[in-house]
Design a protein. Structure first.
Length: 461
């Protein structure tokens, strides 16, 4: 029995845009998200307290209000607080809400599950007081809390945005410790001409840097040897920069060196995944409209490849357009007429991506951490242990589970998977593509027997 035309997992920019677009074509839509309200990470709390902090969070954040408002349609059913733990290629999914397991079916399923912040394993990264930059933003958006006496470390434009927001909130960071180098910027110059097509984005970045400079926030560029010092909590960030040893005493360290697609569900569905050398991550295979090798399944947003909020929104609309066409809700002429401008918008908003990826690469010492650095924090497995498994003949992440349980903790490999792949590839003299990734299985999240029973038999009619 089909309950709805379209099931969407994830109420970030891609999911919200897809829901509104599909509803405009007459599709019935059910939108599920783990958070209590729509918005995803980028627009978190946009329908609540976050909207009152627009002077701190900025116009880009407030633009999510229109997407959230568009969900007020009789065609759209929003299910907040829903943890999806199984998806079937037959067109149904199981989820838990309020501790109760449920099941719902649809003619099409769109995964808009977004990205995960790339973990940054450095010595001491598991100490209390160490968070990701994304976590710092969550505190600000959802609760209005700003980390005090904080150092931001790593690479990527998110660090500049967060620094600016902290400045506006009256608690500027003590310093920015950046790992990208002058050589990275030189390599990125070959992409500059393309990036200039989206010159407004580059101008926005320059504006962020100008505000940071005016606020007197120190910047260290080309930092290496990052390590966190402290016993029961983080007390300082130590590193090398410009040939000198530096040590910054602080209360909080916010780490960031990029985001990667959340591929847990697409892995469990056995979709093909390809290694993206530029972004140092795997991405599921799909076409421009998000169509996959499974007839009922589509993808949109950062879960299919990192592009940012505006690209995610456009991809959500493209996927909804394709789904409406596949269900005969619109004819070919409408499809082509609406698809053209969306394709152009997506191309424009991706213009600077190659430049940004080259200018702000992941921190190399976190891709290949020192032997005594924890890689799998759930099972307390170090980088040296992973290399030891390689010497014993371990060629892939799934074998490492038998050797020492990495990837078998509560996160199911979400945060150690790519690091394990990189370490094994280096140790065995092969490529990440050949090494592969953890094999994922449903359920995607912990689920108890009562929730399984509540969701019903997978094959009941």
């Amino acid at each position: 029995m089909t309950d709805t035309d379209l099931l969407i997992v994830g109420a970030g920019p891609a999911g919200m845009a897809a829901a509104a677009t599909a509803a405009s074509f007459g599709l019935t839509v059910t939108l599920l998200d783990e958070q209590p309200a729509p918005g995803g990470q980028i627009y978190r709390a946009i329908t609540g307290e976050g909207a009152t902090r627009g002077n701190i969070l900025g116009e880009d954040y407030l633009s999510g209000t229109a997407l959230a408002d568009a969900l007020a349609s009789e065609q759209i059913a929003l299910i907040p607080g829903a943890t999806v733990w199984q998806i079937d290629e037959a067109g149904w999914l199981a989820y838990s809400q309020g501790g109760v397991g449920k099941r719902i079916a649809g003619k099409r399923i769109l995964l808009a599950t977004g990205a995960l912040e790339r973990p940054m394993p450095i010595p001491g990264w598991t100490l209390p007081g160490v968070m990701t930059a994304g976590a710092g933003q969550i505190l600000l958006k959802q609760s209005g809390l700003v980390a005090e006496e904080a150092v931001l470390a790593g690479s990527g434009p998110l660090l500049y945005l967060l620094a600016q927001q902290m400045i506006k909130a009256g608690s500027p960071p003590l310093a920015l410790v950046e790992t990208q180098t002058a050589s990275d910027l030189i390599r990125a110059r070959k992409h500059l001409l393309g990036a200039l097509r989206d010159w407004r984005l580059l101008a926005k970045g320059a504006g962020l840097l100008s505000e940071i400079r005016r606020a007197g926030v120190r910047r260290y560029r080309g930092a290496t040897g990052l390590r966190l010092e402290g016993q029961d909590k983080a007390e300082a960030l130590a590193f090398r920069c410009g040939g000198q040893e530096e040590r910054l005493a602080c209360r909080t360290i916010l780490l960031h060196h990029g985001v990667v697609p959340n591929t847990q569900a697409t892995r469990a569905l056995r979709l093909e995944h390809r290694w993206d050398e530029r972004q140092r991550c795997f991405r599921p295979a799909c076409d421009l409209f998000g169509a996959t090798s499974l007839e009922c399944l589509y993808l949109a947003g950062d879960g299919s490849g990192i592009g940012g909020a505006k690209v995610a929104e456009t991809e959500g609309r493209l996927a909804a357009l394709a789904i409406a066409h596949s269900l005969n809700k619109i004819d070919a002429s409408v499809f082509e007429r609406r698809a053209g401008p969306l394709r152009s918008a997506r191309k424009h908003d991706l213009a600077a991506r190659a430049f940004l990826d080259a200018a702000y690469p992941p921190y190399a010492e976190s891709l290949q951490p020192a032997d005594d650095t924890l890689v799998c924090r759930c099972e307390e497995v170090t980088a040296g242990q992973i290399r030891g498994y390689a010497k014993l003949g371990c060629s892939g992440p799934n074998q490492t589970k038998a050797f020492g349980r990495p990837g078998m903790g509560p996160c199911q490999g979400r945060y150690c998977g790519l690091t394990v792949t990189e370490i094994l590839a280096e140790a065995n003299g092969t490529t990440p593509e050949e090494v592969g990734y953890y094999r994922q299985r449903f359920p995607l999240k912990p689920v108890n027997l009562g929730q399984l029973i509540g969701a019903g038999s997978p094959r009941e009619e």
